[in-house]
Design a protein around this ligand. Structure first.
Ligand code: NAP
Length: 238
């Protein structure tokens, strides 16, 4: 790992994913660099991380550029969730402004396997529209992605969230399940069966942590409305 002048290299990992946590542990174990992981602060009790941790938004591109300078960051590794487009675009612009390298740790997408029944759609709105009337739907989506489904009072939704929401989902035809995505397909099968689920809606996040539900849907023969990754980064905030 190259260091600047006499200083140790200091890496900022943009985190919030299992892969970012693994990366921090690996880099800290190597002992050659200082490692700071940044979390947005979306979950109330994040799991402990190797190295230093900072929490909360930076304040856009300008804030991240300032943070890089003030903390003598020598490289940024963007290991955020594949659907977290804003922070990835901010990192691209801030690293260019600061003149330091940016690496992107992008998870491969899940590929359709034999036995999978996937309806692939590009957006949340199209996912909501793809559901048949009367469906009993498991929404494996964060709380900020639920509003598209308010347009479907003819379906019933089970919504899984990691933390209890401050404001419950706005649509009445839903029940809340608290918990993280299960890595074990048997747990996910039990959950889908217990709630008599007929359809799963999720985003093609990739990675092992969320794949249990995909295996569960395959084994139960359930259709999955699979939302594809955003193709273009969001425009930079003004
Ligand atoms: P986003 O739309 O790309 O980012 C929105 C704003 O949140 C950013 O402009 C930034 O605020 C702040 N932010 C995001 N990630 C940050 C980080 N690692 N450290 C500091 N600030 C961060 O992101 P999102 O979709 O809301 O996701 C937020 C975080 O949750 C990400 O770090 C992501 O890895 C994690 N996560 C997201 C998902 C998902 O489904 N999107 C799933 C699992 C985990 P400022 O502009 O003020 O800097």
């Amino acid at each position: 790992m190259a260091a600047r002048g006499n200083h140790r290299a200091r890496i900022l990992i943009l985190g919030g994913t299992a892969e970012a946590a693994d990366l921090a542990a690996r880099l800290v174990a190597q002992g050659e660099t200082d490692v700071i992981t940044s979390l947005a602060g979306r979950t109330a009790n994040p799991a402990p991380l190797a190295g230093k941790v900072r929490i909360g938004g930076f304040g856009g591109v300008a804030g991240l550029t300032r943070y890089i300078a003030e903390n003598s960051i020598t490289k940024v590794i963007d290991a955020t969730h594949p659907f977290a487009s804003r922070i990835s675009e901010n990192a691209r612009l801030a690293c260019a402004a600061a003149g330091i390298p940016l690496e992107r740790a992008e998870r491969p997408v899940w590929q359709r396997q034999p036995g999978d029944t996937w309806i692939e759609v590009p957006t949340l709105d199209e996912a909501a529209a793809a559901l048949p009337a009367g469906a009993s739907v498991f929404l494996a989506l964060g709380r900020q992605h639920l509003s598209a489904f308010e347009a479907r009072p003819d379906c019933h939704f089970i919504v899984r969230m990691i933390d209890p929401p401050e404001v419950p989902p706005a649509f009445a035809n839903s029940d809340l399940v608290l918990g993280k995505p299960g890595i074990n397909p048997e747990d996910e099968i039990a959950l889908l069966r217990d709630h008599a689920i007929t359809h799963l809606v999720c985003r093609n996040s990739g990675g092992a942590a969320g794949y249990g539900k995909i295996i569960a849907a395959r084994r139960l023969g359930l259709p999955v409305i699979m939302i594809g990754r955003p193709k273009e980064p969001l425009p930079a905030p003004g």
